[in-house]
Design a binder for this molecule. Structure first.
Ligand code: SF4
Length: 374
């Protein structure tokens, strides 16, 4: 049986955060029910194509999946199990916004089969949360975390953000310390990106952000402080206790197959990449694929993507895995290309392969676009 990752997009949020360009909106009356039914139809349509596959990672992302009831999320999982074997030890994650769920709801979620929670904390500083337009405060993060533990979740991730308007190095370190004090199994730490089409994207100079040097320092602070706490860095932006790395995320970085369900969800399945439409009305009426998005992945594209994503991981590009995938040794092509960055201390090259140093991870985009001719 081949292993497969499943992503399920829930495009509902109570309100939009000021920086967010994800596909989500406040639900209209009856929209959640209609959407869940459409999701179940889409999942059922894959039954035959899933023959020979086992799902070992399922991820409810959004949006705010916990705006659906535990019955609705459980119903989607039941529909999935009717179409594909979900392995007994599957990692089944739901993203969760603080203050959208209480202990009772989390207990039901756990009983419905969800065994990992990813809590969108972002910061433990109330002024920063307010600046981001988040609907919760720091105390809500802590209480949601405690409720999740009490509900039986023994695998919890916290999302944190640096580069927030007016954030200081001290306040970022305080956020890291507050997160560490909760003893989560996993932490994601992303730098804020200002996207076009968001309220932040229209604010121009009135948006006062930490400068490049300060955000770089914040990134290094995260890697050092989290590693000291035993939460090791396994990817550019992701940290985990040993054995608690996100199986779902690793599938993306290893270019393994996954199928996305729901509006705007992307898939990489059977040699093709494709996406669902972003318009919820089209989706609910049964248009599950945006035909324009369907593309067969050719060998060159697959190779570039494999190298680019593997280099995000701390283990980097492994020669053995590359050989297994493409039938040739990567050394002839990549040793000369990485050589200047080995000299500058940004890349380590040895018999296992190539990987970024901590300083290299800071400028990984620049190095990869050079090495891969992007
Ligand atoms: S909660 Fe997440 S998905 Fe929803 S608006 Fe905020 S950042 Fe976007």
């Amino acid at each position: 049986m081949k292993k497969l990752g499943i992503y399920i997009h829930v495009p509902f949020c109570r309100a939009k955060c000021l920086y967010c360009d994800f596909c989500s909106h406040p639900p209209r009356n009856g929209e959640k029910t209609e959407y869940v039914e459409a999701l179940k139809r889409q999942i059922a349509s894959y039954r035959e194509r899933f023959c020979g596959y086992t799902a070992d990672a399922v991820y409810f992302g959004g949006g705010t999946p916990t705006l659906l009831s535990s019955d609705q999320l459980g119903g989607i999982l039941d529909a999935l199990r009717a179409s594909i074997t979900v392995s007994e030890d599957a990692e089944i994650t739901s993203e969760c916004n603080p203050a959208t769920v209480d202990r009772t709801a989390l207990t039901k979620l756990r009983a419905a089969g969800i065994n990992r929670l990813s809590i969108g904390a972002q910061s433990f500083n109330d002024d920063e949360l307010c600046a981001l337009g988040r609907l919760h405060n720091a105390a809500n993060v802590t209480s949601t975390f405690d409720d999740a533990r009490a509900a039986g979740f023994d695998n919890i991730s916290l999302d944190l953000m640096y580069g927030i308007p007016r954030q200081t190095r001290d306040s970022w370190q305080a956020t890291l310390d507050a997160a560490i004090a909760l003893s989560p199994e996993h932490i994601s730490a992303y730098g804020l990106r200002v996207e076009q089409g968001t309220p932040f994207g229209t604010m121009g100079d009135s948006l006062v952000l930490p400068d490049e040097n300060l955000t770089a320092q914040m990134y290094l602070d995260a890697t050092e402080r989290l590693e000291q706490a035993g939460i090791y860095q396994y990817e550019i932006s992701n940290f985990a206790c040993r054995g608690r790395e996100s199986r779902h995320n690793i599938k993306y970085w290893k270019c393994d197959e996954y199928v996305g369900f729901g509006v705007a969800a992307h898939s990489y399945f059977d040699g093709e990449r494709y996406a669902a439409p972003t318009d919820i009305d089209s989706f609910v009426s049964g248009k599950f694929i945006d035909e324009q998005s369907v593309a067969r992945v050719d060998e060159h594209e697959a190779e570039v993507e494999f190298v680019m994503l593997a280099m995000r991981l701390r283990d980097g590009l492994r020669c053995e895995e590359y050989r297994k995938r493409f039938g040739i040794d990567p050394a002839e092509k990549y040793t000369p290309r990485f050589a200047p960055y080995v000299v500058s201390g940004h890349v380590v090259a040895d018999e296992r392969g190539y990987r970024f140093t901590r300083e290299g991870m800071l400028v990984s985009n620049y190095i990869l676009s050079d090495v891969l001719d992007l």
